[in-house]
Design a protein around this ligand. Structure first.
Ligand code: ZN
Length: 459
């Protein structure tokens, strides 16, 4: 998708780094950066209502989008945890082709753009053919994700995943996991091949590294992944479920967060996904590293993972962003609402992370925009010159915004409204959502319908 260059955007209201401003004009350079910004000016170019920095969706497994709504039955166990969900996923993994994966990825990226995200961290662990044999091109499926991003115009941070073992005891991969597996040497080859394809994307695209988890990666694998990443984004699942914490304690003698902070150089380029199972001292210690906690509130609710301690983490200046993970539902406003409501339900309070100066919606939105950009290695997250023009516009005529001013706009969007308020989205200057719809939405939706119908026949 070509960059919409030299664009002028005018907003009646805009959230700038130092607060709300009126009649703001923004110029976007040919390479997708915000090159100038002026307040109190007059309309010119694309005119929008309310302009905000468009956050990153920092954690996604694209193919799981096609499973949404298929895993809500109970298995044989009295206490159903992952069981039915995992069964459905394994059935999918038996049949998904590269074409399927490309079609699903384009669809979910398009939905993310329409939901107000400008960019994505794709935590990509599905590498091989059904049965586990690599494709002739080791990076075949990474290439399909990259091609989808070319089609949709989303800002891609691709995070190829190193997955070595079936558990902390280094057991072999289970039949459902064989499409994920690589040793560190073959993973380095895959990474190099993906880097070659990534060079086709615009300059905002980023390649990072994702050692899957302390269950799937051993100490040598983690060391290799850290070396390969250098100062690129490094993402890892951490402390999602109680059973995982118990498994890590049994194998390594300490809890997962505690083990990682003692044994790895966790810092600003790290993003730790979930962290729903932490003791208070782990929460405070993780916040102090400068790493980003990658929260996935809708998926964590769907899977019954637990509740991230956002109150304590924020009190310790912790950074966080939002990811849609299983992609059971793509909604930025609902992710933010679910995160805040989970804190309220646990603590029996209101406005859990608001400050005397800023409302709940304002704190949530600003933290997620900045944290998401940091996590995926993207110079964005605020409306500021020099950063990429990742922008989302809300319709100031939306009924829930009637009479709302300042922070109340974000509170009404998150708690009363939804993504239907979104009129426009730019990703690094690419104007891909207009009047609430992706510019290639019809074709991408039609292709996805065909993919899902054909998949259903093969499951
Ligand atoms: Zn995940």
């Amino acid at each position: 998708m070509s960059t919409i260059s030299g664009a002028h955007i005018f907003a009646k209201k805009a959230l700038l780094p130092d607060g709300w401003a009126e009649n703001v004009a923004i110029t976007v350079s040919d390479d997708g950066h915000i090159s100038s910004m002026q307040r109190d000016t007059v309309p010119a170019g694309n005119s929008v209502g309310i302009l905000l920095p468009a956050p990153a969706n920092l954690h996604s497994h694209a193919f799981q989008r096609a499973m949404a709504g298929m895993s809500e039955r109970r298995g044989q166990e009295a206490h159903d945890s992952f069981w039915t969900w995992r069964e459905i996923m394994f059935r999918f993994l038996d049949v998904l082709t590269p074409e399927d994966i490309g079609s699903i990825a384009a669809f979910v990226q398009m939905e993310m753009l329409e939901a107000g995200y400008a960019s994505i961290g794709e935590f990509h662990y599905l590498h091989h053919q059904p049965g586990g044999t690599p494709y002739a091109n080791l990076a075949e499926l990474s290439d399909r994700i990259i091609e989808a991003a070319e089609k949709t115009g989303i800002g891609l941070t691709l995070l190829p995943v190193l997955y070595q073992h079936g558990g902390c005891d280094r057991r072999p991969l289970a039949p459902g996991q064989v499409r994920f597996g690589n040793d560190p040497d073959r993973f380095a080859m895959l990474f190099e091949l993906a880097a070659g394809t990534m060079s086709r994307l615009p300059e905002d695209a980023v390649l990072g590294v994702a050692p899957h988890s302390l269950r799937a990666v051993d100490e040598d694998g983690l060391t290799a992944a850290i070396a390969l990443a250098g100062d690129r984004p490094l993402h890892m699942h951490l402390a999602e479920q109680v059973a995982e914490v118990e498994e890590v304690i049994a194998a390594r003698g300490t809890r997962p967060v505690e083990w990682l902070l003692r044994n790895a150089p966790v810092s600003e380029n790290w993003c730790l996904i979930h962290c729903t199972q932490m003791l208070p001292e782990e929460t405070a210690a993780l916040a102090k590293t400068g790493a980003v906690a990658g929260l996935c509130p809708i998926t964590e609710s769907s899977l019954g993972d637990g509740i991230f301690d956002g109150v304590r983490y924020t009190e310790n200046d912790g950074k966080f962003g939002i990811g849609s993970d299983s992609n059971i539902r793509i909604s930025l406003s609902e992710e933010l609402r679910t995160l805040e409501y989970s804190q309220r339900l646990r603590d029996k309070c209101r406005a859990s992370i608001a400050t005397p100066e800023k409302s709940t919606g304002r704190v949530l939105f600003e933290k997620v925009a900045l944290g998401g950009a940091q996590a995926i290695g993207r110079k964005a997250g605020a409306l500021a010159t020099g950063g990429f023009a990742d922008l989302v516009a809300l319709d100031e005529k939306a009924i829930d915004l009637e009479g709302r001013e300042g922070d109340e706009i974000l509170d009404a969007y998150i708690f009363a409204g939804d993504d239907r308020m979104i009129t426009d989205v730019w990703s690094a200057g690419r104007h891909v959502v207009r009047e609430g719809k992706h510019v290639k939405g019809d074709a991408i939706r039609a292709a996805y319908r065909k993919t899902v119908a054909a998949l259903r026949m093969r499951l």
